[in-house]
Design a protein around this ligand. Structure first.
Ligand code: COA
Length: 180
């Protein structure tokens, strides 16, 4: 198997990502999850890993990581956050390091921007160890975000931070927009 990695515009690359995202989170499964009813922001960019077999036949996109940039606030001060969303590997390609490669590519992209204070993602408890093992830290403060019902506390998923320039662990992050 060989892997090609691409970082593409988020909206334009949705048709490429969609089969994987729908396979990992089928609509009926997603609807039953605690975060299934959350209105989320879509990625500005997507890291897509496409696999090819020994005959160079494409296996399609087997791993996806979404990248967002957000002008938010940390304890009332402006901060530029790099968002990570939709981390997913096709079931038959898991435990080969693909999500680790895609996450590293996403973090490299955010670091290269030069203005991002830290990266932020939201996850369920069964993924805490996966992110901790890759250098992410729980953010133990409060997250505020927009939802159709209004602006308020966002605590359906746990926030994890990857340090770039800043190392926030506590306080209040206001996403000043939809979560991801
Ligand atoms: C979470 C998820 C994205 C991980 O994807 P993945 O491509 O399997 O991730 P990796 O292969 O990089 O790492 C997974 C594990 O395999 C291990 N691994 C990596 N390469 C390996 C290899 N060549 N052989 C065996 N194991 C390997 C890693 O050490 C890691 O184990 P660890 O968590 O104990 O450290 C995937 O399980 C998934 O899509 N889950 C469903 C959706 C989901 O929950 N997404 C997260 C949303 S926040």
């Amino acid at each position: 198997m060989s892997i090609e990695i691409e970082i593409l515009n988020g909206d334009a690359s949705w048709p490429l990502a969609e089969p994987l995202i729908t396979a990992v989170w089928p609509p009926e499964v997603k609807a039953a999850l605690p975060w299934g009813g959350i209105t989320v922001a879509y990625p500005d960019f997507r890291v897509l890993l496409e696999a090819q077999d020994e005959d160079y036949e494409s296996q399609g996109v087997v791993c996806h990581v979404g990248i967002l940039r957000r002008r938010a606030t940390l304890n009332g001060r402006p901060v530029h956050i790099g968002g990570i969303s939709g981390v997913a590997t096709r079931e038959d390609h898991r435990r080969r390091g693909l999500a680790t490669i895609a996450l590293n590519a996403a973090l490299r992209t955010l670091k290269d921007e030069g203005s991002i204070g830290f990266a932020l993602l939201f996850c369920e408890p069964h993924n805490f160890d996966f992110y901790r093992a890759r250098g992410w830290f729980p953010f133990e403060g409060e997250i505020l975000a927009e939802q159709p019902a209004g602006h308020g506390r966002f605590d359906v998923l746990a926030p994890f931070v990857f340090d770039i320039v800043q190392k926030p662990r506590k306080g209040v992050i206001d996403l000043r927009g939809l979560p991801w």
